[in-house]
Design a protein. Structure first.
Length: 117
């Protein structure tokens, strides 16, 4: 996807820079791009993307922090070193599952915003 986008941008830049009336054509393209950018459907998607980015930024660190707290509690429990290790491993696995679940949830939200399933 990034390769295709880079190719399109490169072709566009080459076209604009290579034309005789490059500046005039550039202004036309810029005007059209701004018209599209300011359209309501585009701005709705921009708002959804911002909302998703904010929720993702909050969900993953929270899950990671809760996991770290769980591991710390498991290590500080009473018992033998082997039982502490087992408890820490279990807490780590649970924390990894929670982070994965948070990431998967955000990925599902991305698909909803994009209109794909």
């Amino acid at each position: 996807m990034r390769g295709k986008l880079g190719l399109v941008i490169g072709l566009g830049a080459g076209y604009v820079l290579g034309t005789r009336a490059g500046r005039e054509r550039y202004e036309q393209i810029k005007t059209q791009a701004l018209k599209v950018w300011n359209m309501d459907p585009v701005q709705e998607q921009v708002g959804k993307a911002k909302k998703l980015a904010t929720s993702s930024a909050m969900a993953l660190p929270r899950a990671a922090w809760n996991g770290a707290v769980g591991v710390a509690k498991a290590v500080n429990k009473q018992g033998t070193p082997g039982s502490k290790l087992d408890a820490a491993l279990d807490a780590t696995k649970d924390a990894a599952d929670d982070v994965k679940k948070a990431a998967d949830t955000d990925g599902t939200d991305v698909k909803k915003v994009a209109g794909t399933k």
